[in-house]
Write a protein that binds this ligand. Structure first.
Ligand SMILES: [Zn+2]
Length: 258
């Protein structure tokens, strides 16, 4: 057996690769090198064009036949944003806590899995890692393309562990069967253009959306905004003419996955 891989040190190494979506290259090189030392063969490929790509996908496999146990995850991260006390891509351990963009979602989980593999003896069946660099964006070139790759080769894991952050207070306190997943969608709501001074002559598509969207997914609004909306909705507007092809407004609801 190889010498065990330290999960924290390896997670830190991955965090030091600033792999903002769409990710490729260095961070995958590091994962492939660690897995190669554990007997995995990595298949890597680039897909997509800017701005959603190119992104890298990787399927690393060891063994053959069943049972097939897979681990699915992503090496890309959302942009660092503001408010850090230090370099978000330093992978520093501060007061015993690994800090950095991707420490939570989800380079630590990948590192922990690799560290566990390094402590595993010979196994029967197949082990695989299905890793994408396009999860935090629109995921156009990510997991769906990995599934295509698997289907084209008739590969179907019997079970998959997903390393997305799930714990509530401490590591391992929560394990879920399945996950909430996400949906990106475009909603087209026709409206009628008008000047802001004459709202009664226009049809604001936002008002239609706020009454038709399910409560659970209604956009959050501030209390002052809500009171203004209530006043606007309480106003009795005359019926607006039907939308023409030149006056239809389009709104969209789409965004990153969490
Ligand atoms: Zn994630």
């Amino acid at each position: 057996m190889n010498s065990p891989i330290d999960a924290v040190a390896f997670a830190s190494e991955l965090i030091r690769c600033p792999s903002v979506t769409p990710a490729s290259g260095d961070v995958f090189d590091k994962l492939e090198a660690a897995l190669a030392s554990l007997g995995f063969t990595a298949h890597r490929w680039l897909m997509g064009e800017p701005p959603d790509g190119p992104t890298e996908n990787m399927v690393a496999i060891r063994g053959e036949g069943g049972p097939h146990f897979g681990f699915a995850g992503h090496l890309d991260v959302v942009p660092a944003g503001e408010g850090w006390n230090g370099d978000p891509f330093a992978g520093a351990v501060v007061d015993g806590i690994l800090v950095g963009r991707g420490a939570n979602d989800m380079k630590s989980a990948i590192a922990a899995y690799v560290a566990a593999l390094s402590r595993l003896g010979p196994t029967n069946g197949t082990l695989s890692l299905l890793i994408t660099g396009d999860e935090e964006g629109y995921a156009t070139w990510g997991t769906p393309r990995i599934i295509d790759w698997l289907n084209e080769r008739g590969i179907r894991p019997d079970m998959i562990l997903i390393g997305e952050p799930t714990s509530v207070d401490s590591l391992g306190d929560t394990v879920k069967i399945g996950r909430r997943g996400s949906v990106n969608m475009w909603i087209e709501v026709p409206g009628v253009q008008g000047h802001v001074a004459y709202p009664h002559r226009a049809t604001n598509p936002m008002h239609c959306t706020s009454t038709t969207a399910p409560n659970s997914s209604r956009p959050r609004t501030s209390s002052s905004r809500r009171s203004r909306l209530r006043r606007a909705q309480a106003t009795s507007f005359p019926a607006a003419p039907p939308p023409s092809s030149t006056s239809a407004s389009t709104i969209s609801s789409a965004g990153p996955t969490w």
